[in-house]
Design a binder for this molecule. Sequence first.
Ligand code: BGC
Length: 450
Amino acid sequence: MSRRSSGQVTGYVPQLPPGFVLGVASSALQTEGAAGGRAETVWDPFVRRTGGDSPAVAADHYHHVRGDLALLKRLGVTGYRFSTSWARVQPDGPDTVDQAGLDFYDRLVDGLLEAGIAPMVTLHHWDLPQRLEDDGGWLNRATIEEFADYAYVMADRLGDRVASWVPVNAPNVETMQGYATGQHAPGRRLGLDSLHVAHHLLLAHGRATVALRQAGVVAVGCANFHAPMWPASDDPADVGATKLFDALWNGMFLEPMLLGQYPADLMPLVEELIQPGDLAEIRQPLDFYGVSYYRPMRVAAAEEGAPLPFRFLQTVGYPETDAGWAVVPDALREWLITLRARFRNALPPIVITECGASYDTGPGPGGVIDDAARVDYLAGHLEAVSAAAQRGVDVRGFYVWSFLDSFQWTGGFRERYGLVHVDFDSLVRTPKRSYHWYSRVIAAQPRSRG
Ligand code: BGC
């Protein structure tokens, strides 16, 4: 890789395995808008209650889909990961389907295929329909049944054209932020009682995987959000807290999905939730293991009497994104190599289902959006993936989070992750420098040259 200075990554061509997918990712609630065409999700009342930005319009992708497809085509990506909105497809419950909602995804998929882009569909990216939350949401086992039904509906409609499917996005974030600490919707503060939700999300993954395969889908994987855990010091209390949080954050979904067992440290907490057959149902053979990676986390023991036994400190000594997240590409390389070493034959091929950075770079002179820091971030992380692949890790794709600037949950519209800038008043799209850079990286891959 040749670099002149920060952001000046010139002529960079990562060495990637043949057929490697270079893509971008998004999610329904974060980009679509068109709230009138869907039922309420848990995020709608949550932002009203907390005074957060509303996802009602977001990037209005629903109404800009043709232009957005043209931007994807021009970018040259070979894969696009998006999610479908359960609240749009089944606004009134399990026995009904909204044709207009389904038609939207049909058009999107057809447009992607015409542009030579392979779609990857996520079924649930944190936007649970509020009507289900009213009945207990992910605390209620009945939600899992409905989810499997919705999975079947989607696969039945799109499975002839969409090869790759992810049932549940980042279930650890939804469990912890949505149900343990209440920072995300639905805003419940259940502490470790949120582990019911973890178990149900795992079952939802398992049961939806079965439903997708029954409907004839080719490849099913996952998109688990992982972060290497660094203890704040070598004090045994910090090391112990880090180990526990690592089990909750990284192990709790990884181990049941791949091995059919919970991490030993968590067994006392989850034992009573497990019904006969659950673990076998969760451990479905997967066609790919999705790793969504952003940063390492630094963990310390919490003060005596705190509701949770760990707390988080800034990771010092590294550059940071605007979200205050440490930029440590090498931690990704190390994570991938360790994952392979630990799980060996139980590990399917890896896909990086998300990787990206929040930088609020706006238009400069001449309207140019010079997000050099994002270029550096992405080049560093692609290089980390390439290094892991050269060490023998079977990694097959990399999806930049994200395609467009969008609704970033509690970060609202202040946090911008897109390769494409969105003016949230006019909804005008402007490709950033990172978009042009990524497009050159993709074009330089052998597939495109041939
Ligand atoms: C989520 C995205 C989110 C990103 C950055 C990921 O875990 O899947 O929806 O925007 O983190 O916060």
